[in-house]
Design a protein around this ligand. Structure first.
Ligand code: HEC
Length: 200
């Protein structure tokens, strides 16, 4: 007669392995759908693309103990109010440009990328742009010709010429504005926003 105790039987562990794998697969599928719902534009934390028509603020939420974006009144981008379709097209152009030019090689976007250059997640709200009123144009000029319009935030590092057209630059600015409105749970930590006027 076999002396193997019941808990050491191969058959028992094979069954456990099959059940646990099947159960985890169901959980994985559930979590995938749940994550996709949470990262889709137009959900709680990720605003729709037409947020580029709004003013985006950053305020400290004492309860969460972190900075969070606040969406304010109308603030047309490049003097224009975009329809949701136009806004999506412009933000998409910007996103594709950041991918085509591999900005992540030097910068970080939403946690992905490098730290050779400033984190771009909240770049729209960066103090380096001086004032809210001149920011859009400064960003476009900088992206099109980073040598002539170097910002140099004390690092002495320079951004290379990437051959970005004006239309692409506007797309990137729209993409950065939209991204700054995403509630990223306080990421990047310690980010200091541009001087903000009172909330309209
Ligand atoms: C080879 C590295 C490199 C690549 C690639 C690169 N950058 Fe930069 N970028 C820099 C450096 C360095 C700075 C800081 C420049 C300065 O201070 O003059 C910078 C600064 C910036 C800033 C200003 C930062 C801020 O917080 O205000 C923006 C916006 C920016 N880059 C956007 C982009 C975008 C968009 C792309 C891709 C289309 C890109 N960069 C690709 C190196 C790079």
């Amino acid at each position: 007669m076999s002396t193997t105790p019941w808990w050491a039987s191969e058959d028992l562990w094979r069954k456990w392995a099959i059940w646990i794998t099947a159960f985890m697969l169901v959980i994985l599928i559930f979590l995938t759908f749940d994550s996709v719902a949470k990262i889709t534009a137009g959900s709680d934390r990720v605003p729709g693309y037409d947020v580029i028509n709004k003013r985006i603020y950053y305020t400290f939420n004492a309860e969460r103990n972190m900075e969070e974006p606040v969406i304010g009144g109308d603030a047309p981008l490049f003097g224009k109010m975009y329809t949701p379709e136009e806004a999506e097209a412009l933000v998409t152009l910007g996103k594709l440009t950041t991918q085509a030019k591999n900005c992540m090689n030097c910068h970080t976007l939403l946690g992905n990328g490098a730290y050779y250059a400033p984190d771009l997640t909240k770049a729209w709200l960066d103090q380096g742009w001086g004032a809210e009123s001149v920011r859009e144009q400064l960003m476009v000029s900088f992206l099109m010709d980073p040598t002539a319009n170097a910002r140099t935030y004390g690092t002495g590092r320079r951004m290379p010429q990437l051959g970005i057209t004006e239309e692409e630059a506007r797309g990137v600015v729209a993409f950065l504005k939209w991204m700054s409105a995403i509630d990223t749970n306080g990421f990047p930590k310690g980010f200091k926003p541009i001087q903000q006027e009172a909330m309209p």
